[in-house]
Design a protein around this ligand. Structure first.
Ligand SMILES: [Mg+2]
Length: 459
């Protein structure tokens, strides 16, 4: 039956092709020409992968290079359907909710993109490319494939890793200049979080919001609350994410009760029903594949809890994320896409923010065109393993203490050390910087010591 349908389509479109080329396969022209619309036009016939190395803008660069320089590697996945339409997806190769498994690239060939696109196990870039391709072929935006559009506009947050107070203030100003109304960053014991917020807030209106993700580093409610209560005083401070381990339901509930600032947790731990019962947080961070995101969206709609979308990459991922923002009712907190980190967003036209919101596009697919000249320029070989150059990081305090940390082959080597209590706990005046390798014996000696033994204090 399928063979018959396919040969019929082939013969019916062959005529159209000779007249109008591949564009004749679009839904509109097929309908206009009276041809039968069949799912076989959505068959995946080709998959191409392109590795890119994106450069960070100067402020993120000097801060991202401490712990996560490997966020530069973005793999584009182009999927061509039988109808001639190509869709594109993106995977941040060393930081994503799902690296496509090798078999995913071959599994989809010869299959219907419509049938495959809801399979989260295909990974970020492949799934995104399938949605984009199906949307472009059907001449509908991705949000129409997800459900009804319930928001015309959707909020986005600027994102940057933890930085000096001065860098944070500069980034907040840049975010505001470009129409953002929120800045999300990390709360870390190796910086003075109160100074960061007070310096940044000085030139910001109270409507501009600052969110801090502690990734558990405040450890317990008892230790964390004095710091949070201090931060609470700034009207810009709006959300604390994972202040202490999420599994500590009672501790998180204490924090949520004690502060007017909202508490966010990554969806999943503790169970969403425990969150509703205990009130241990006010909303969620939602990441992952399309099926998972729709599930989170449904739960949050029933429970009346907000969340932000966290889909990380260049402007391509940010554009894709806009469609989830448009179709998920509770996507009320600003999305974190991190595309602001990079010198170039890979789009022909950048996503424009006004009053903290971007318009949910109604154009086909992800609704944004990719800058192919830039893609050509940024092409690199795929690294065999995660690039992990030697880095020495210095943390210092006003009394002259200096502490050194080195990368140790693991991701989040500083965060892990913080959660093992290896740094002084959120002390006033803490500053941290990458120490450039000047080729000296002193640098090498400190590096080797920190690499083998973990962060050490130099008296
Ligand atoms: Mg987080």
């Amino acid at each position: 039956m399928i063979a018959t349908r396919r040969s019929f389509l082939r013969s019916s479109v062959a005529g159209a092709l000779s007249v109008a080329g591949l564009a004749a396969f679009s839904r509109r022209s097929l309908l206009a020409n009276g041809a039968v619309v069949t799912e076989s036009q959505f068959e995946v016939i080709k998959v191409t992968r392109t590795m890119l190395k994106l450069e960070f803008r100067p402020v993120p660069r000097r801060n991202m290079d401490r712990e996560i320089p490997h966020w530069r590697y973005s793999e584009l996945c182009d999927i061509t359907l039988k109808c001639g339409v190509t869709g594109t997806g993106e995977t941040l190769r060393f930081y994503t909710w799902g690296v496509p498994p090798e078999e995913a690239y071959s599994r989809i060939v010869g299959r219907s993109a419509i049938e495959m696109m809801w399979d989260d196990s295909l990974g970020a870039g492949v799934q995104m490319a399938l949605f984009d391709a199906v949307g472009r072929a059907a001449e509908v935006p991705v949000h129409a494939l997800l459900g009804s559009k319930v928001h015309e506009k959707t909020p986005l947050s600027w994102w940057n890793i933890d930085t000096s107070a001065e860098d944070m203030a500069a980034e907040c100003q840049e975010a505001k200049r470009l129409g953002y109304m929120s800045y999300k960053t990390k709360g870390r014991p190796w910086f003075d979080v109160i100074k960061q917020v007070s310096v940044a807030a000085k030139n910001l209106p109270p409507e501009f919001k600052i969110d801090m993700d502690f990734n558990d580093t405040l450890r317990t409610a008892e230790r964390g609350l004095p710091i949070l209560k201090e931060l609470d005083k700034y009207p810009q401070v709006d959300i604390y994410e994972s202040p202490i381990p999420q599994s500590d339901v009672e501790g998180n509930r204490k924090i949520a009760d004690a502060t007017h600032v909202k508490v966010a947790m990554h969806y999943g731990t503790p169970s969403p029903s425990t969150v509703v019962r205990s009130g241990c947080c006010d909303g969620f961070v939602a990441g992952g594949g399309a099926s998972k995101l729709l599930g989170i969206g449904k739960f949050c709609e029933e429970a009346g809890l907000p969340f932000w979308l966290q889909l990380v990459g260049s402007g391509i991922t940010a554009a894709y994320s806009l469609h989830f923002g448009g179709s998920l009712k509770q996507a009320l907190w600003p999305a974190v896409n991190c595309h602001q980190l990079f010198e170039h967003d890979l789009l022909q036209q950048t996503i424009v923010l006004k009053d903290g919101h971007a318009t949910v596009p109604d154009r086909s697919g992800i609704g944004y065109e990719i800058n192919r000249d830039m893609v050509e320029k940024l092409k690199v070989e795929t690294p065999a393993t995660r690039p992990d150059p030697d880095r020495l990081i210095e943390t210092s305090w006003p009394d002259g203490r200096k502490m050194y940390t080195a990368n140790n082959g693991a991701v989040n080597f500083m965060l892990t050390a913080a959660n093992e209590d290896k740094y002084p706990f959120f002390e006033t005046g803490a500053e941290t910087r990458l120490v450039p390798d000047d080729g000296s014996a002193v640098w090498r000696k400190r590096y080797e010591k920190a690499r083998s033994g973990g962060p050490f204090l130099e008296k």
